[in-house]
Design a protein around this ligand. Sequence first.
Ligand code: GDP
Length: 444
Amino acid sequence: MHPHDQTIFALSSGRLPSAIAIVRMSGPHAGAALQMLAGKMPTPRVATRVLLRDASGDPIDDAVVLWFQAPASATGEDVAELHVHGSRAVIATLFAVLSAMPELRPAEPGEFTRRAFENGKIDLTEAEGLDDLIHADTDRQRRQALRQLQGLLGNKARSWREQIIEAGALIEAGIDFSDEGDVPAELMAPALARIRQLLGEIEAVLSAQGRAERLREGLTVVIAGPPNAGKSTLMNQLARREVAIVSPHAGTTRDLIEVQLDLDGYPVTLIDTAGIRETEDPVEQEGVRRARDRASQADLVLWMSEDDRPQAMPRGETPVWLVRNKIDLLASDQMSTSGGGVSRAFGISAQSGAGMPALLEALVGFARDYFGATESGLITRERQKQSLQQTAEALRRSLNAVGRGEELVAEELRIAALALGRLLGRVDVEDLLDVIFREFCIGK
Ligand code: GDP
């Protein structure tokens, strides 16, 4: 049996118990299953209240059902939605009844979306946008995912692909009609102009990349510095909840502790490092090693110190801000903050909160610069970037091949169109699909 002859079902709403739970079915037997449960077929696309019953007529739950006939449904197949009360017992009973039907089986993660993709309802970039939307933590991530789900990248890629195929057809027509193998200039010129323009558009999208990918992945800020400087205390201040152990004994924070922050819509991962120092204790040594690793990969390091000219500050590509802590213990004339190799310096009291607003404001500013002020980024994944780079390279090669034989130009255009087809998930991506859809939730 082809997988699509099977009808799948899953709980598509969140964790039980809940006020309402939504069970979806998709596939050729969704209608028969709904008929059996509801005792009748509801009008398509109209919410209908029914008493769901099992095979022997025992009531399961009072429900609202929806019926979508293929191909006008989310997956492109027959789809039934059962909105039931979100109790574990209702779902367990309903699942037992559905599982007893031989044509039905529980869905794999992402299987509904995969069917939508395979039935041409969405392209691969839209499927990726859908996955990002479900996993979006902050408002900006949500907007970006929605743009992708709405097909902004996909629509562009489709249009580019069509134009490349057209330009290629023009050139090939010229090859066929010319006697000496030279394509007449009046045919070549418009095709080449088109290719140059497309290349410019693709390069513009590629150069805005990075930002969008970063927004998807978030920014990493590491809090580092000598033991007892107040790193955990700062972490708690920033996270506004107790996440790290604050203790007066040096070296109590043995491991990395991470929190996810939503800084004005920007996703920021904050990492509190174990006190970076020489130690004999092997457990602590491991903590120190990992702290150094993470700090070296961070996008920003907050170096905490009680000193205004601290030793052992990391130097490298990563910007380091000196955060001089415990200013509450200082007399006001000791307040100078300076230090070599520091891009910015702040004086705070992690304990009282003094100086925190300025630090937070600077962090939001850093995030804004890092992610880019505009939201025009369309590429959110390495896969998308690679396909577009391959397209751009093939277009460049096709332009370079002009004068060395039109067949070469046409061949490079075919390669460019193929790379865009791959971006949309229309050509040889079978091996990719498992990887992409596995990341989805069950019921999606
Ligand atoms: P860590 O080892 O760098 O994580 O340091 P902790 O956050 O555990 O802090 C070490 C000690 O310094 C604790 O006793 C904190 O209460 C104290 N501490 C942290 N920040 C401040 C501050 O701004 N002022 C004062 N007076 N004490 C602080």
